[in-house]
Design a protein around this ligand. Structure first.
Ligand code: URA
Length: 210
């Protein structure tokens, strides 16, 4: 994958995203839409997976048919909102190993601090997809990818639902080798670090918290 930012502008993705943005969409619907959209985004993020062929027998003849080359995969969720995006992807790629990264924001330095880090083994051999619905300031995404790289991963993609221009720029500066796949590049961040127009707090909307 060569492009640094891919916006998935498929009509189904865009339609579902609009429903998710609406303030009066229920938790139940939000969760269902997120799962559906994650399947569509998984399709895009795996588009350039390495392929090989295997010889099979159809009812008519033998053929060399395409199959995924079998590179191991790791999905890494940035807690807690990443889990909502990850669930759907796991349905499509059930053999993937799963990692979790937990970060909180130090209120004085405003920098992300690690509180949880559990990654699969042999990360150097895996295509790694880091997932977080919101690429806002980019601070937690950059920190999570630092951690993933420290574990040995080199082939990394970042998947989100919404990205801000500020977050994309921060990622490009820190991790130019990590392509970003998103459903939308929104206008900006507000003073509180929310993406505008955005969809609010993804974790709260997904889990029904406040
Ligand atoms: N995290 C969210 O959940 N929403 C935003 O708009 C920004 C960060």
């Amino acid at each position: 994958m060569t492009q640094h930012l891919t916006v998935v502008d498929h009509p189904l993705v865009q339609h579902k995203l609009t429903l998710m943005r609406e303030a009066d969409t229920s938790t139940n619907s939000f969760r269902r839409l997120l799962r559906e959209i994650s399947l569509l985004l998984a399709y895009e993020v795996t588009r350039e997976m390495e392929m090989t062929t295997k010889t099979i027998q159809t009812p008519l003849c033998e053929m060399d048919a395409p199959v995924i080359a079998g590179k191991k995969m790791a999905l890494v969720s940035i807690l807690r909102a990443g889990n909502g995006l990850m669930d759907g992807i796991l349905e499509l790629i059930p053999a993937a190993r799963v990692g979790f990264i937990g970060l909180y924001r130090d209120e004085e330095t405003l920098q992300p601090v690690e509180y949880y880090n559990k990654l699969p083994q042999n990360m150097e051999d895996r295509l790694t997809i880091v997932v977080d619905p919101m690429l806002a300031t980019g601070n937690s995404s950059v920190a999570a990818i630092d951690m993933v790289k420290k574990s040995g991963a080199t082939d990394i993609r970042f998947l989100c639902l919404l990205a801000s221009p500020e977050g994309v720029a921060r990622m490009k500066e820190a991790h130019p080798d990590v392509p970003i796949i998103t459903a939308s590049l929104d206008e900006r961040l507000n003073e509180q670090g929310y993406i505008v127009p955005g969809l609010g707090d993804a974790g709260d909307r997904m889990f029904g918290t406040k």
